[in-house]
Design a protein around this ligand. Structure first.
Ligand code: GRG
Length: 289
């Protein structure tokens, strides 16, 4: 990976990676499913969704309880990457700079490890928070994964391979595949901090637009990036309609920039306290990793 997130996020990245390492233990360290879970979860990652949980909690005034929700969102995200890479899905050979989990451990173990990570996410939330907060965060994440979130977006995306889709469909797929989990991460951070409804609404708008911008840049990097920068195979989207095939490289760049600007406007009510979230939006618009 070429460039790190802005320095201000290094603390969260270090903290989250340490916490993920501690959370992911099992009765038998030679268990292949546990090994595959650790292989993907602990591989180099930007940890953007965890950063989002933490920064959302910080801007709402209390970031001290955000770590378990950040751990859980990274477990869910890693689970989705393992499933996304499977031969029956995107058939991706490389992830986070390493052979994908199904290549390293076989397909059956990779599927079980993905379910293991999802299971771990919900269990971790249940154990870390008092029941009302745990229920809120678990519901946020379950909705984000479910039939109006990652699963729905992935199904529509896979079924659209080799098909022509319109812009509204493309946007819906990627709002669900990427934007919704960003939204849930920001909401979870706000919930940990005991935020009010207005703050949660602003952060949701910020994060959903940021998530779609993040996905558009992902499409861009498939065309203009390198394997060394992204840690995954590039030029892999040839059989899919993407934001770049729709709008061209410059058009997609502009669209991502516009979405980041819209995301930033949603932060107005927080004033300068939201500067780290603004920095995150700048990172997303210009990222090469
Ligand atoms: C049951 C959890 C679950 C999912 C089932 C497979 C699936 C449905 C959804 C796939 C969702 C997916 C992988 C969307 C792509 C999002 C995306 C842009 C991933 C890359 O994220 P980065 O760049 O990766 O943040 P790192 O490695 O830095 O964490």
């Amino acid at each position: 990976m070429s460039a790190p997130l802005p320095n201000a996020f290094a603390r969260v990245q270090t903290e989250i990676t340490r916490a993920l390492d501690q959370v992911l233990t099992g009765p038998n360290d030679r268990d292949p499913v546990l090994a595959a879970m650790r292989y993907t979860l602990l591989a180099p990652s930007k940890r953007v969704r965890a950063v989002l949980v933490q920064l959302a909690a910080d801007v709402c005034g209390d970031g001290s309880r955000a770590l378990p929700a950040a751990v859980a969102v990274e477990c869910i995200h890693a689970s989705s990457l393992m499933l996304d890479d499977l031969p029956s899905m995107d058939d991706a050979p490389l992830r986070r700079g390493r052979p994908s989990a199904h290549i390293a451990y076989g397909e059956a173990v990779a599927v079980l490890a993905a379910f293991g990570l999802l299971n771990l996410a919900y269990g971790h939330i249940a154990g870390a928070y008092a029941p009302p907060v745990a229920a809120k965060i678990a519901t946020l994440y379950a909705d984000a994964v479910g039939l109006d979130g990652l699963i729905a977006g992935q199904a529509e995306d896979v079924l659209a391979t080799d098909a022509t889709i319109d812009f509204t469909t493309l946007e819906r797929i990627h709002r669900r595949k990427t934007g919704v989990l960003f939204g849930a991460a920001a909401q979870a951070g706000a919930v940990c901090a005991g935020a009010n409804d207005a703050a949660i609404a602003s952060l949701t708008s910020y994060a959903k637009n940021l998530g779609l911008a993040f996905q558009i840049v992902d499409d861009l990097l498939d065309v203009v990036g390198t394997e060394a920068e992204t840690g995954k195979a590039v030029r892999a989207d040839a059989r899919k309609t993407t934001f770049v095939s729709f709008s061209g490289v410059e058009g997609a760049r502009e669209l991502a920039a516009e979405l980041c600007a819209t995301a930033e406007r949603a932060l107005d009510p927080f004033g300068s306290r939201a500067n780290p979230l603004r920095e995150l939006a700048h990172f997303v618009a210009g990222r090469r990793m």
